[in-house]
Design a protein around this ligand. Sequence first.
Ligand SMILES: C[S@@+](CC[C@H](N)C(=O)[O-])C[C@H]1O[C@@H](n2cnc3c(N)ncnc32)[C@H](O)[C@@H]1O
Ligand code: SF4
Length: 357
Amino acid sequence: MSVETNKKFGVYLHVPFCVRRCDYCAFATWTDREHLIDEYLDACRAQARTASTNLPDITSVFIGGGTPNLVPADALMSIFRELPIAPAAEFTVECNPDLVDRQQMETYVAAGVNRVSLGVQSMVPHVLKSLGRDHNPHNVYEAVEIIREAGIAHLNLDLIYGAKGESILDWTTSVESALALRPEHLSTYALTVEPGTALAEDRDRHPEDDDQADKYLLANDLISSAGLANYEISNWAQPGEHCQHNMLYWTQGEYLGLGVAAHSHLAQRRFWSMRTPERFIKAITEGSSVEAGAEELDPDAWALEGRQLAIRTSEGVLEEFVSDEVQHLTESSEVAGKVKLTVEGRLLANEVSIRLQ
Ligand SMILES: C[S@@+](CC[C@H](N)C(=O)[O-])C[C@H]1O[C@@H](n2cnc3c(N)ncnc32)[C@H](O)[C@@H]1O
Ligand code: SF4
């Protein structure tokens, strides 16, 4: 069913399997459930088939994880044959560099994938080790070659800054090496200590605020000079290369989440699915609901949330919403009457956000 042809609508699929858990990661993923992969993908396919009877045309697909490129590419792609995907849709798969291979990429491209988001994190071996990553920079070079040869025109690289032992020079190397790969899009994330992770247990490896602020400013200079513009605090893109799917999250757009721990926003209602693959498979098999929780915001809360998201983007918010005490952290955006965060303001985004009126 096609509702409105110009309306944007996204689908997210969560793949909750990894080879091993990185020390900083708190995402919904398992390293000891490989035996469930086939059943899980079957359950997601069934979920997609049921949902497809009542969906608008899908303008963006994002397969995230976990490690989507750990599971069989054919089975993963077959899920999307169930869905009404618009011909020009953005179609992203998140990939771990050491698991990229030619056959897999060709299968993705044949199924319509046109964007890959690669979890690079660092281009310096000792920093990767400090983050608890398995791959090395050589894996990244090989992966990018395979991705490009398969015809993927839109590439994002994820980097993390602030690992223990990462010098300013190391971070410069990571950003410059990433830019040398000519990605259309680059995301840099401040290493965050998530409760329950190996990193949380190891105080000696916790990041320092000043170091992360210096690294953010440095990254912004290097990335902007290479022609990628900042359009959300952690995201830079070449012209026309913004991630359409993530833009839906930042503009309160609508999307359907498939699989475990996936969030949906449909008809003013937000809801999310259960977290464990076992329970998800059982619920789908029995034909019962996979919903674990839901929320509906009242109009005021909805409007405030919209401003809190918008201030993190380069579009910004109407000037009248920014309180006087933090106006010095904002500047005019390209949209008339709106202001966005200055680069220093981006470091203090939460301070500005909690003072929005
Ligand atoms: C959902 S993760 C999965 C990506 C993929 N499995 C990988 O690791 O390459 C997406 C991105 O979130 C970022 N990330 C995850 N945990 C983080 C943390 N604790 N602090 C900062 N960035 C984090 C990483 O850059 C990662 O590439
Ligand atoms: S960072 Fe990626 S590879 Fe590492 S545990 Fe998290 S989802 Fe898996």
